[in-house]
Design a protein around this ligand. Structure first.
Ligand SMILES: Nc1ncnc2c1ncn2[C@@H]1O[C@H](COP(=O)(O)OP(=O)(O)OP(=O)(O)O)[C@@H](O)[C@H]1O
Length: 387
């Protein structure tokens, strides 16, 4: 798979400057603040909305908050609204009584909302919930009771609510695909989880995952500084999920007791190697340490190496205004997704794993990038589409 253009943040730059794992921060202040605030909110039964890229740990945090709160002995019921077919979401969430419709289970179905009674309901990918179910959910939240399909009487429900999304819900409210009244109902406390590339505790997380894989070894002995550096330089688009999968893979294939760069997943060790896009004359990323300070100072910037390019007379990102550089990022992401699909024979599960995201996220990415689900339909024109 082509190495993606590397997103280097000032946080990552600080990590790279720090010579030894031991001297790197073991906690991330932003993450700590998010956890601290989450605990206060759940203690006060304030509905929490978790925002963040895929794999940043929204469900992990929800489990942590459930384990912390007074309702820890009651169930945590998690529902991925993006993974349930639209036709089933109604019964899955709100349940039905026996005989409610042909094909219904003989004894009826309780529904996740009722199952969460007394505990915590986690609605993942709430942005994917169809409008009709949003309306029903709003009624449940305001009236604190649910009426299963076919039932005559509502059932009282009492649960703490945590919702999560990778999407921009405010934009969905603005374009009319998410109810504004529901947004304010679920967004009692909005917490943003930082992407892995911005976390100051990245090195500590790497060691933690190695330790979990090799409990009898000392993680610091297993990981030489050169390999740590390669890991710190990755853009981690799949965030903690991708990191965890990478460490599991590397520990599984390693020979002997020390990890080497060749144990990392394919392509990862090719530090700052020109991605596919660079071979066709695109601008590539390089370490912040090699970039003039003024361009490397802001968080979340694409640091573009204007010295390693063969533009063939074309404009490149260094010459472009910011929005054009953003368009380049989209194009390079598109190349990366298509490369992963090609390499895995358009098998969605394998391609999603390679990209470090879940299958539902891959489907969303394909929809967003307007990539057809079938290889034959993804013609050459799809790949070369201009952003
Ligand atoms: N701090 C952490 N320590 C250990 N494992 C973690 C941590 N954060 C996340 N993980 C692990 O990373 C993986 C992804 O986390 P999680 O499913 O919570 O992400 P998410 O933000 O909910 O992703 P998505 O938006 O795709 O649903 C999980 O296997 C989770 O256990």
């Amino acid at each position: 798979m082509a190495t993606p253009a590397t997103v280097i943040t000032s946080a990552t730059a600080d990590l790279l400057r720090s010579p030894r794992p031991a001297s790197r921060p073991t906690v991330d202040a932003v993450m700590e603040a998010v956890i601290g605030r989450g605990k206060k909110l759940i203690d006060k039964a304030v509905p929490i909305l978790l925002l963040g890229e895929t794999g940043t740990g929204k469900e992990y945090l929800t489990r942590l908050l459930h384990a912390h709160c007074a309702r820890r002995d009651a169930p945590l019921v998690a529902v991925n609204c993006g993974a349930i077919p639209e036709s089933l979401i109604e019964s899955e969430l709100f349940g039905y009584v026996k005989g409610a419709f042909s094909g219904a289970l003989a004894g009826g179905m309780k529904g996740k909302v009722t199952e969460a009674h007394g505990g915590v309901l986690f609605l993942d990918e709430i942005g994917d919930m169809p409008l009709a179910q949003q309306t029903r959910l709003l009624r449940v939240l305001s009236e604190r009771e649910v009426t299963p399909l076919g039932a005559c009487r509502p059932v009282p429900v009492d649960f703490l609510l945590v919702c999560a999304t990778t999407q921009n819900l405010e934009a969905k409210v603005a374009d009319g695909t998410f109810r504004e009244d529901l947004y304010y109902r679920i967004a009692g406390g909005v917490l943003r989880l930082p992407p892995l590339r911005e976390r100051m505790d990245l090195a500590a997380l790497i060691l933690k995952f190695i330790q979990a894989e090799l409990p009898d070894a000392d993680a610091a002995d297993v990981l030489p500084p050169s390999v740590m550096e390669v890991l710190l330089q990755q853009p981690w688009p799949g965030n903690v999920r991708q990191l965890s999968a990478t460490i599991r893979y590397s520990c599984a294939v390693m020979e002997g007791s020390v990890l080497s760069e060749s144990d990392l997943p394919d392509g990862m060790a090719r530090k700052f190697a020109p991605p596919l896009s660079a071979r066709s004359g695109r601008t590539v990323a390089r370490p912040v340490s090699q970039v003039p300070a003024t361009r490397a100072s802001a968080d979340n910037v694409y640091v573009l190496d204007t010295s390693r390019r063969d533009t063939g007379g074309r404009l490149d990102a260094g010459d472009m205004p910011e929005h054009a550089a953003g368009m380049r990022k989209d194009a390079s992401e598109r190349e990366r997704v298509l490369d992963a699909l090609d390499q895995h024979g358009w098998n969605m599960s394998a391609s999603a794993r390679a990209l470090g995201i879940c299958r539902a996220s891959l489907y969303r990415v394909l929809r967003r990038m307007d990539i057809p689900l079938i290889r034959e339909q993804a013609s050459a024109s799809t790949r070369s589409r201009n952003f």
